[in-house]
Design a protein around this ligand. Structure first.
Ligand SMILES: *Cc1c(COP(=O)(O)O)cnc(C)c1O
Length: 415
């Protein structure tokens, strides 16, 4: 950062401080990761300089011969990795990708169904404060009150009553595997478009550690910066089933992104996504994806041995939701205390949370970033012990902070 240090030492200093923070603490927010230096080199490149409105071969700006090759390369890598027919790599992030799906397949006021936010759904799946509930008729489904799992029969029944035109499946805080076939049965029974939002689990799907929705759904949206471990960004994919339902679907999606919703694509970001897709196609990434889940399972078991109550009693993916009510601490207080100790997580609502949303009863944590640093099952036991000490005894925070600092030295960030 020699040039930055000279020209803008304040910003350079903040980047240095953040690097040090990442090095010396455990990033356990399940939607975060450590991208590779190669991804960041592409992201920080000269490609940020140009406008490229339109699509390869049909641009509104000149001087784009290399950008066309780049975007096509990115699209081809995504098609191969996820086995889909069509990909749009231009969404600025996950939320704009989802907005484009609405614009492509719904008219204002038509009906959409999604998992409710407090049950683990996403804002853009029809939550009341979001555009998706303001411009469309949003009906939300929930998880079962006893098991906290999706009750596929109940969802199917509701779908048949509500008859949505678009249905979302995907979550930000659901620690289990989705049964895509059952959801497809529900959506298909009323002719709804079924969109899988795999923002959290894209890396697991790419690496074979979570079943792929592709054979069952019409549309797949994702972010690129969570388990997929790329730069911030989004993608929309159209499946074979999607094109069979609606031969115009790919065109509708592309038109919705540009000119419907966005202007010039962020070509430096698309370059970073292309790099991450190449990384995600390697055997090493497959191993990584499987290790994320192994680590989450090992961590879940170790946490349970300290009396932590886990929503759905464990995990089958990359994340864990802890119900802290038996530990007499709120999710927010636990998050603050863990941060002081050097562990970053989220406070989070648990399904049917009796506490208000800004003071929820749970915390959400995950293993994607710490698995990137090379931690395995053995380290998960150690980490669970730290959670227990910090949450059961405020006075242990300082000591744990020192232990984590020295532990982190053995697990460097990606070089
Ligand atoms: C993170 C996420 C998004 C939104 O992504 P942003 O990049 O934050 O806009 C959408 N859907 C799900 C399920 C997510 O987890």
């Amino acid at each position: 950062m020699a040039k930055l240090k000279k020209q803008d030492p304040q910003i350079a200093k903040l980047i240095e401080l953040e690097t040090e923070r990442q090095k010396t603490s455990l990033e356990m927010i399940p939607s975060e990761n450590h991208s590779s230096p190669a991804v960041r080199e592409a992201l920080g490149s000269i490609l940020t300089d140009k406008y490229a409105e339109g699509y390869p071969g049909k641009r509104y700006y000149s001087g784009l011969q290399y950008y066309d090759i780049l975007e096509n390369l990115c699209i081809d890598r995504a098609k191969k990795l996820f086995h889909v027919e069509h990909v749009n790599v231009q969404p600025y992030s996950g939320s704009p990708a989802n907005q484009a799906v609405y614009l492509a397949v719904l008219n204002p006021g038509e009906t959409v169904m999604g998992l409710a936010l407090p049950m683990g759904g996403h804002l853009t799946h029809g939550w009341k404060v979001n555009f998706s509930a303001k411009f469309f008729n949003s009906v939300q489904y929930v998880v079962d009150e006893k098991t906290n799992l999706i009750d596929y029969e109940a969802v199917k029944k509701q779908v048949q009553e509500v008859k949505p035109k678009l249905m979302w499946v995907g979550a930000t805080a659901y620690p289990r595997v989705f049964d895509w076939a059952k959801l497809a049965e529900a959506a298909d029974s009323v002719g709804a478009y079924l969109a899988a939002d795999i923002a959290h689990i894209a890396g697991l799907v790419a690496g074979g550690a979570h079943p792929s929705p592709v054979p069952y759904v019409h549309i797949v949206t994702t972010t690129t910066h969570k388990t997929l471990r790329g730069p911030r960004g989004g993608m929309i994919m159209v499946t074979k089933k999607g094109l069979e339902k609606d031969p115009e679907l790919a065109k509708k999606i592309d038109k919705a992104i540009f000119p419907g919703l966005q202007g010039g694509p962020h070509m430096h970001q698309i370059a970073g996504i292309a790099v991450c897709l190449k990384e995600a196609a390697t055997p090493a990434f497959k191993k990584y994806a499987k290790q994320i889940v192994k680590n989450a399972k090992a961590l879940a078991e170790a946490l349970k041995s300290y009396g932590f109550k886990l929503v759905t009693d464990g995990t089958a993916n990359h994340l864990i939701l802890i119900d802290l009510r038996n530990k007499n601490i709120s999710g927010g207080d636990a998050a603050t205390r863990l941060e002081e100790a050097g562990i970053t997580i989220n406070k989070n609502t648990i399904p049917y949370d009796p506490a208000p949303p800004f003071k929820p009863s749970g915390i959400r944590l995950g293993t994607p970033a710490i698995t990137t640093r090379g931690m395995k099952e053995k380290e998960m036991k150690k980490i669970a012990e730290w959670y227990n000490r910090v949450i059961s005894d405020e006075k242990s925070v300082k000591k744990v902070r020192e232990e984590i600092k020295s532990f982190c030295k053995k697990f460097p960030l990606p070089k």
